[in-house]
Design a protein around this ligand. Structure first.
Ligand SMILES: NC(=O)C1=CN([C@@H]2O[C@H](COP(=O)(O)OP(=O)(O)OC[C@H]3O[C@@H](n4cnc5c(N)ncnc54)[C@H](OP(=O)(O)O)[C@@H]3O)[C@@H](O)[C@H]2O)C=CC1
Ligand SMILES: CC(=O)N[C@@H](CCC(=O)OP(=O)(O)O)C(=O)O
Length: 317
């Protein structure tokens, strides 16, 4: 029997993209809410309880409300919001984070889909801490640029308003309390919060992120090659990974591969390592689609795992 999927928030940016990615899937039945009942509590409750898997694409408070409306013990949940990402009762939905993470997701009742920004940092940093190349108390900063769809319907409307010239490049989150910092800290394994400086650009989708590393602070300075090998080894050991590691080429500059939009409309992420060993400096880069691996693509990957399918089914979008 086809699994019943309810997308609560199906008219939003993330919800719409999930619907598109699931269109044409005959193994699933997407049960939809009538447009005029999108915020009707009784109707949401009915559909949440009728679903085998509910995918919540809502602001945090509404996501918590949806979870509280589930009265049975069978509906499984993927939540795209920030509400449960550091909750130990929820599986963190970054399947490539560890060997075994996809099994955790596959067996979980509750899965927290990761934030877009955290995934680029976790993908690069977690393997380095696990390999002992960087200590947990290493001082880390993180920056990058994301397309404006990351800010949902409201930011899309601001950027696409007629007659308004949008800023090409705008830093934000300058109180350093961005809502993604707790999950970044927890899943990198760092003992203190990274200093995070996000930027939004005047393009719809896609992101490139950077972790600059001043390696001279360390007693034992790893080379760029060591860093690349640790990250590449980690992802080589992950089955069905959507994350790939570019060959080590420290002299590569200004390449289309680093364009934030290079992975648009995919669920893939590419990591790059750049280093100057003489200066003991390196930069770790991640390129992916904020709406793909950063949101809807990851949600479909997690849904597939929960339904006992190969994560690769999500390419059927
Ligand atoms: N955009 C992105 O790149 C990413 C987003 N996310 C997260 O996913 C979630 C959804 O974000 P996004 O799709 O961007 O946001 P949008 O603003 O585009 O969509 C949110 C949707 O939720 C609806 N909604 C709000 N409150 C309720 C409610 N009480 N009951 C039912 N529906 C409600 C909104 O309806 P209305 O517009 O009518 O208010 C809207 O359709 C958020 O938690 C966000 O942080 C996660 C990763 C990346
Ligand atoms: C450009 C932009 O504003 N991006 C969003 C990231 C959106 C995202 O990852 O969603 P969650 O917030 O649910 O994790 C932001 O920084 O808040």
């Amino acid at each position: 029997m086809a699994a019943k999927i309810f997308i609560d928030g199906e008219a939003g940016t993330t919800g719409l993209q999930i619907r598109e990615r699931l269109a044409g899937r005959r193994d699933l039945e997407v049960i939809s809410i009538a447009a005029d009942k999108r915020k009707d509590l009784d109707e949401r409750k009915r559909l949440l309880n009728a679903a085998d898997v509910a995918i919540l694409c809502l602001p945090d408070d509404a996501a918590k409300e949806s979870v509280s409306l589930i009265e049975n013990d069978t509906t499984r949940v993927i939540d795209a919001s920030t509400a449960y990402r550091v909750n130990p009762d929820w599986a963190y939905g970054f399947a490539e984070m560890d060997r075994g993470q996809s099994e955790k997701i596959a067996n979980a009742r509750f899965v927290a889909n990761p934030g877009c920004w955290p995934q680029g940092l976790i993908a690069n940093m977690r393997p380095l801490l696990a390999a002992g190349l960087l200590p947990a108390d290493f001082a880390v900063s993180y920056n990058g640029i994301s397309g404006y769809t990351g800010g949902g319907k409201q930011m899309i409307a601001e950027y696409e308003a007629e007659g308004e010239a949008a800023s090409q490049f705008m830093p934000y989150g300058l109180t350093f309390n961005h809502k993604h910092v707790p999950e970044m800290t927890k899943y990198t394994g760092l003992s203190s919060a990274p200093l995070f400086v996000p930027n939004v650009g005047d393009f719809a989708q896609g992101m490139t992120t950077f972790v600059p590393l001043q390696l001279g602070q360390l007693d034992k300075v790893p080379s760029g090659q060591d860093i690349h090998a640790a990250i590449a080894d980690h992802f080589a050991g992950i089955k069905d990974s959507f994350v790939s590691v570019a060959p080590y080429d420290p002299a590569l500059g200004k390449t289309p591969a680093l364009d934030p939009q290079a992975h648009n409309d995919t669920n893939t992420m590419t990591l790059h390592v750049f280093a100057n060993d003489a200066r003991a400096q390196a930069v770790l880069v991640a390129v992916y689609d904020n709406l793909g691996k950063g949101a809807s693509g990851a949600a479909v990957q997690n849904l597939n795992l929960m339904l006992g399918l190969s994560a690769r089914e999500s390419l059927a979008a």
